[in-house]
Design a protein around this ligand. Structure first.
Ligand SMILES: Cc1cc2nc3c(=O)[nH]c(=O)nc-3n(C[C@H](O)[C@H](O)[C@H](O)COP(=O)(O)O)c2cc1C
Length: 324
């Protein structure tokens, strides 16, 4: 079973980002040209104990396909049982195992990047999920290059995951210790991509169309995954695809187009009811609005207001005060 989105294409993935890549943002990224997406992660234990409460983390629209649901866990049998529940209920295009998350809440439960300290366990988890899902759903994994600079293990992890039957691996080119600092190591990503037969997706510090092209031309990755750079600029997907296809750089949206985008995202969030009523939605949107504003000249004085904005009408008023 090979993954069709790698056939004759260099897919651009939207990286999973908890608290950011909710269904509304995924819809906007799909429109902007993201080829493949992954949900925010859900705990395998949470799925087993209270699927009805945890399901909301991984809800998706049919238009988001091809899409993977991401789980984290540290127990092979539990991960497999959780994967089965998710696949039977939601029929994602792939099931992704998180072996990269650095946050203490996840690492403390021996999930996420702590699996990089115990590669036989990582392999057992992947093998158990692959065996459970059989031909029902392909399994992929997202890793970092190692726990810290003294323990770089991406190559062995990739080989073990391939042996376990995983169909593709996304590699964030940082160690757990680096968190999000320093620079992603694309040399290690490239070595891994050359060493395994399954597609490797490169991740880390892709910020421009030129970065995407460089990854395609100078490494053996089969696609790239983009996270922080699209948080306030989903149009990077379209600009990157255009550059790959034509070698020409598309203009960035104008400040007014960015403002319109902020308003549209907010209206879609309100209409979806995903975060509850208006005040809860606006609270959830504040960080998103501040991120968008960073790319718009003249918005610095508005940041305190944006960080407290409580209604759509108030947001419209704040944004009207910027004249272009
Ligand atoms: C706010 C935030 C939340 C994230 N949540 C997840 C997650 O749920 N699962 C995951 O595998 N990675 C998560 N990541 C890591 C990203 O998917 C990605 O690997 C990382 O940001 C590096 O890519 P970038 O340099 O393009 O941002 C998160 C990153 C950020 C900034």
């Amino acid at each position: 079973m090979s993954l069709p989105w790698f056939e004759n294409k260099f897919p651009l993935y939207l990286a999973p980002m908890a608290g950011v890549t909710d269904p509304i943002f995924r819809t906007l990224c799909k429109e902007a040209g993201a080829d493949v997406m992954v949900t925010e992660f859900v705990s395998a234990e949470g799925v087993l104990q209270a699927w009805h409460r945890n399901r909301r983390y991984v809800e998706f629209e049919q238009e988001h396909r091809p899409l993977g649901v991401q789980i984290f866990g540290s127990d092979p049998a539990h991960a497999a049982a959780a994967a089965r529940i998710i696949v039977d209920a939601m029929h994602p295009d792939f099931l992704d195992i998180n072996a990269g998350c650095p946050v203490p809440k996840v690492v403390g439960k021996n999930g996420g990047s702590s699996l990089l300290k115990d590669l036989p366990l990582l392999q057992s988890i992947a093998a158990a999920v692959v065996q459970e899902l059989g031909n029902d759903c392909p399994v992929t994994t997202k890793i970092r290059i190692g726990w810290d600079a003294e323990h770089i293990c991406a190559l062995e992890a990739c080989q073990r995951l391939q042996d376990a039957g995983v169909q593709s691996i996304a590699i964030h080119g940082r160690t757990r210790s680096q968190q999000y600092g320093g620079q992603a190591n694309w040399q290690i990503i490239d070595e891994c991509a050359q060493a395994v037969q399954i597609p490797v997706v490169g991740n880390g510090d892709i910020c421009t169309p030129q970065d995407v092209k460089k990854a395609r031309e100078t490494t053996a990755v089969s696609g790239v995954m983009i996270g922080r750079a699209v948080m306030n600029a989903p149009w990077l997907f379209a600009r990157a695809r255009h550059y790959l296809n034509t070698g020409e750089i598309m203009d960035e949206p104008t400040p007014q187009e960015r403002i319109n985008f902020m308003l549209r995202h907010t209206r879609m969030a309100l209409e979806s009811g995903h975060y509850g009523d208006e005040i809860f939605t606006m609270r959830a949107m504040r960080a998103r609005l501040l991120a968008y504003a960073k790319g718009i000249p003249g918005t610095k004085p508005l940041r305190p207001q944006l960080s407290r904005v409580a209604s759509l009408a108030e947001l419209e008023g704040i944004l009207k005060s910027i004249a272009y």
